[in-house]
Design a protein around this ligand. Structure first.
Ligand code: FMN
Length: 210
């Protein structure tokens, strides 16, 4: 299979899996492959303002489920990934953005220049809620990469936004000044055949401007 076929097969294989086979678990090696796709995802200014909590503890999954609209994927998946978006780690006061720039192989004055641009940018974003909105939208890129990486391995997933954020943050004992729940992403193996893919037509979605 060539590269095009591998990717096309994966994106057609991926669907929002509603029911996972509880008896089939993802291997550590495959899970690492999926998480690596998240880790290597692009982020604004290279800040990587995210964290991935990987839950396999069945009791914890059961506790989380009622706050996720009681969706069965929360408990019948193999691995439940909670994607967190950062707040304080993205602020200059944390010292973390400076470290993110310093790891680049650049002269000091260039790094200072980057920090200056970043300072203006982050200050213009707004309050903690706005910073979370900024990091959260970036976590969706990592989520998409993880779902597609999983699909390459014929592993299923389902992005879940249907949850009570405050309750999940509390249950996970998060320091919400640092990180908050952005998206919930169960992985596992489908229990049922994939439904037909429904999408708008290409020409409806894409407009070429010449
Ligand atoms: C941001 C986001 C949130 C979603 N939340 C849920 C959810 O809470 N529960 C669920 O079953 N599906 C959820 N979905 C899946 C969508 O319903 C699904 O992707 C869409 O209907 C297209 O179907 P497909 O992904 O199977 O092709 C979500 C998808 C996205 C992108």
């Amino acid at each position: 299979m060539n590269e095009r076929d591998i990717f096309s097969k994966a994106i057609n294989f991926r669907h929002a899996c509603k029911m996972f086979n509880e008896d089939k678990k993802i291997s550590d090696k495959d899970m690492r492959y999926i998480l690596e796709a998240g880790r290597l995802s692009p982020s604004s200014f290279g800040m990587e303002g995210w964290k991935f909590l990987v839950i396999t503890n069945q009791n914890l999954k059961k506790e989380l489920r009622p706050f996720c609209w009681n969706q069965p994927q929360i408990t019948n998946c193999s691995h439940l990934v909670i994607i967190l978006g950062a707040i304080n780690p993205l602020k200059l006061e944390s010292g973390i953005p400076q470290k993110r720039f310093q790891r680049r192989d650049l002269p000091d004055e260039k790094i200072e220049q980057y920090i200056g641009v970043y300072k203006n940018y982050i200050e213009a974003i707004g309050d903690d809620k706005d910073i979370f909105a900024w990091s959260s939208k970036q976590t969706y890129i990592a989520a998409a990469n993880m779902m597609d990486a999983a699909a390459v391995l014929e592993i299923d997933s389902c992005p879940i936004e249907g949850f009570e954020k405050k309750k999940i943050d509390e249950l996970l004992n998060l320091n919400i000044k640092e990180f908050q729940t952005s998206l919930i992403l169960p992985f596992g193996y489908r229990a049922n055949p994939q439904p037909k893919k429904i999408r708008r037509n290409f020409d409806e979605v894409v407009e070429f401007i010449k």
